[in-house]
Ligand binder design. Structure first.
Ligand SMILES: [Zn+2]
Length: 298
């Protein structure tokens, strides 16, 4: 892993919003910051003082202690000792771990130098519930070697995940080809992003939209993917599907993508050193997800 550039893009979630058509709240929401905070990455700003508490985390496929450490801003050693883990042992997905004195959950988006990613294909799960763990189990049952077929899953607050949480799957972490779009050989050259939900029947949540724009922006910038190469599954030549749903808000998505300012985001350079670490805002309510002033180098 050390030869890869590991760039961690993080964003903070609030737990106050749920999709109008999906009344159940997340079962394990993260602790909320006590008060809104200024951007944390500017040297002149005081360090954030998020409220912390012990939380239970259900391990997603491919997650490591190092990732959880970043996700909750907790030293890896604290997670290891709180759960009596062997340091070198891999975490088994589906296992529950105690994260002591966790900060609000943040998405971890590792970026790896790789020239093969030319497209982004957007999917919906066509289910009301889901997360990377659930899709992994489902896809393994269907015989998908390597499990969950997407590279990223954007959660809707069901199961144990937070609304708008972005999960990188094992397929992405290993930079393996996808199992999400056979048409036009997209599995070999496209990053598959799946939003949990059925957008033939309902809408994505606001937090999912923010997360999608954020993720796509990072991927396009890093892998130099043009906007015209962001396709819905059903728009891929030879694909016979209405995924990601007839009600997918393409116009809104493209409008937001155009208005997102990501100055300071990473470009792929082939360097072997970490370039940048991104931090999202700690402001709990984030009606519009602007990157301005929320990105800094470390
Ligand atoms: Zn699809």
């Amino acid at each position: 892993m050390k030869k890869y550039i590991l760039i961690l893009a993080v964003l903070f979630f609030s737990s106050c919003a749920t999709a109008p058509r999906h009344p159940p709240a997340p079962t394990a929401p993260p602790p909320k910051p006590a008060v809104p905070h200024a951007p944390v990455s500017l040297p002149s700003q005081p360090a954030p003082v998020p409220s912390r508490r012990d939380v239970t985390h259900v391990v997603a496929p491919g997650e490591t202690v190092a990732m959880l450490s970043q996700m909750y801003d907790v030293p890896a050693g604290s997670i290891v000792s709180a759960n009596h883990l062997k340091k070198s042992a891999a975490l088994s997905s589906g296992r529950s771990l105690i994260i002591p004195q966790a900060s609000a959950a943040r998405s971890i988006i590792p970026l790896f130098p790789n020239k093969k990613w030319k497209y982004i294909i957007v999917h919906h799960s066509a289910t009301q519930e889901g997360d990377s763990l659930a899709f992994n189990q489902y896809h393994l049952k269907r015989g998908f070697v390597g499990g969950v077929g997407y590279d990223f899953v954007i959660d809707n607050g069901t199961l144990s995940k937070v609304d708008g949480q972005i999960e990188a799957t094992p397929r992405w972490l290993k930079q393996q080809e996808g199992r999400h779009c056979k048409a036009s050989h997209m599995n070999q050259k496209a990053i598959g992003v799946c939003l949990v939900g059925n957008f033939n029947q309902g809408k994505m949540t606001e937090h999912q939209m923010e997360a999608l724009v954020y993720l796509v922006e990072i991927l396009c910038r890093y892998y130099k993917i043009p906007e015209k190469h962001i396709l819905g599954h059903g728009k891929v030549p030879e694909a016979d599907t209405d995924c990601p749903g007839k009600a997918f808000p393409w116009q809104e998505f493209h409008n937001r993508l155009k208005s997102t300012d990501v100055s300071g985001m990473p470009h792929g350079t082939g360097s072997t050193e970490p370039l940048i670490k991104l931090k999202g805002s700690l402001v709990q309510s984030q009606p519009s997800f602007k990157m301005d002033g929320r990105v800094g180098t470390h």
